[in-house]
Ligand binder design. Structure first.
Ligand SMILES: Cc1cc2nc3c(=O)[nH]c(=O)nc-3n(C[C@H](O)[C@H](O)[C@H](O)COP(=O)(O)OP(=O)(O)OC[C@H]3O[C@@H](n4cnc5c(N)ncnc54)[C@H](O)[C@@H]3O)c2cc1C
Length: 323
């Protein structure tokens, strides 16, 4: 039976959400095409993570070794090359994350499998994957097919699929045999530095009122901050607001900021670049206000208003204050 393999990603002893998002999509493809779903996890003292994966795949292959304690693209590539050569999955999924941006090209060279990066959708067509990628900042979707090969590598964009179980599994756990680490010692893990902690923790907020470059100028921020306060919410923002030094980094949502899970995410003047949207995949209801009706944020928003954010903020403030 053909296999789809998902490479699990974890940090600080927690599975990263991208792992579950990949497993969701891989499970859907496996069930539709009669394939088996394999997950592989590399690390050291990762028993808790292994049990967390059990209900997500048919088989979980584990490489538990002190040399794999921290992510090291050289060591990880050696192990994954051996694993792929042995298991011969038809498709291997990796997250389109800093891990795999480093790891996947080398893995493609070592295995000889073609690689498609940053994919937002994947289908199977006569045993071969086809992928969808975004170009021109998400304005155009391109559908792509692979050349014929015995296996394919795909990196998956964070937030492209839900982190939800598509099916209940009870995985068989398999201990993988460590191969020789050919390039060991070439690179060394120095340490992990978290995005700075601050006065507010946007990851714990139930309501986030989030501003983007559309706020126009720093002087406009206090009125939105006041609105957030009245509504019992927390102020967050997109990266340009931090880059301009209008708000500290700990307010930033997105791939180089924080992933958030509010019940409601109110996006004011945010275009919806994928680096931002990836950070709100766990949000409940997304409401967007943007002057441009074609802004990509409206693709992920449950409710939207094509309007000037300052007018909407003023009207909302009045409504909420009256109550
Ligand atoms: C490696 C890397 C990592 C990144 N990480 C992040 C990240 O973590 N988080 C992040 O946010 N970005 C990140 N980015 C940047 C990202 O690509 C976008 O540039 C950024 O998200 C755009 O922010 P924005 O939507 O606020 O600004 P813009 O894209 O400039 O959008 C502003 C929007 O406001 C609207 N607007 C303007 N005026 C008004 C008004 N008065 N009322 C209503 N709407 C209005 C416009 O129509 C527009 O849609 C990253 C980029 C790279 C390369």
């Amino acid at each position: 039976m053909a296999k789809i393999l998902v490479i699990a990603e974890h940090r600080n002893n927690e599975l990263r959400e991208i792992t579950l998002q990949m497993l969701n999509k891989a499970s859907e493809l496996c069930r539709a095409n009669g394939h088996e779903l394999y997950a592989a996890i590399l690390g050291n003292n990762i028993e808790g993570l292994i049990s967390g994966l059990k209900e997500w795949a048919d088989k979980v292959i584990v490489y538990n070794d002190p040399r794999l304690k921290d992510f090291n693209p050289d060591n990880y590539r050696d192990v994954l090359t051996a694993l792929i050569n042995e298991q011969k999955p038809i498709v291997t999924f990796l997250g389109h994350t800093p891990w795999s941006m480093d790891l996947a090209p080398g893995l493609s060279v070592k295995t000889g499998f073609p690689l498609a990066t940053d994919c937002v959708d994947i289908t199977m067509d006569s045993g071969r994957p086809k992928v969808v990628r975004q170009v021109y900042s998400g304005k155009i979707f391109s559908r792509m097919a692979f050349r014929d090969a015995s296996g394919y590598l795909i990196t998956v964009r964070a937030g492209a699929f839900p982190a939800a179980k598509a099916f209940d599994y009870q995985a068989e756990i398999i201990q993988g045999a460590m191969p020789d680490l050919v390039t060991q010692g070439r690179r060394e893990f120095m340490g992990y530095r978290d995005t700075c902690k601050g006065e507010v923790d946007i990851t714990q907020a139930e309501l986030l009122v989030s501003i983007g470059r559309g706020i126009g100028e720093q002087d406009n921020i206090p009125q939105v901050q006041e609105l957030a306060g009245i509504m019992g919410g927390t102020l967050s923002c997109s990266r340009p607001v931090v880059d301009k030094k209008w708000l500290p980094k700990y307010h930033q949502v997105g791939t180089s900021g924080k992933s958030v899970k509010p019940k409601v995410y109110l996006a004011l003047g945010i275009s919806g670049a994928f680096q931002h949207v990836a950070g709100i995949s766990g949000a409940g209801t997304v409401i967007a206000v943007n002057k441009d009706k074609k802004a990509p944020i409206f693709r992920v928003a449950h409710y939207g208003a094509v309007a000037d954010l300052l007018n909407v903020a003023a009207a909302l403030k009045e409504k909420v204050s009256v109550k």
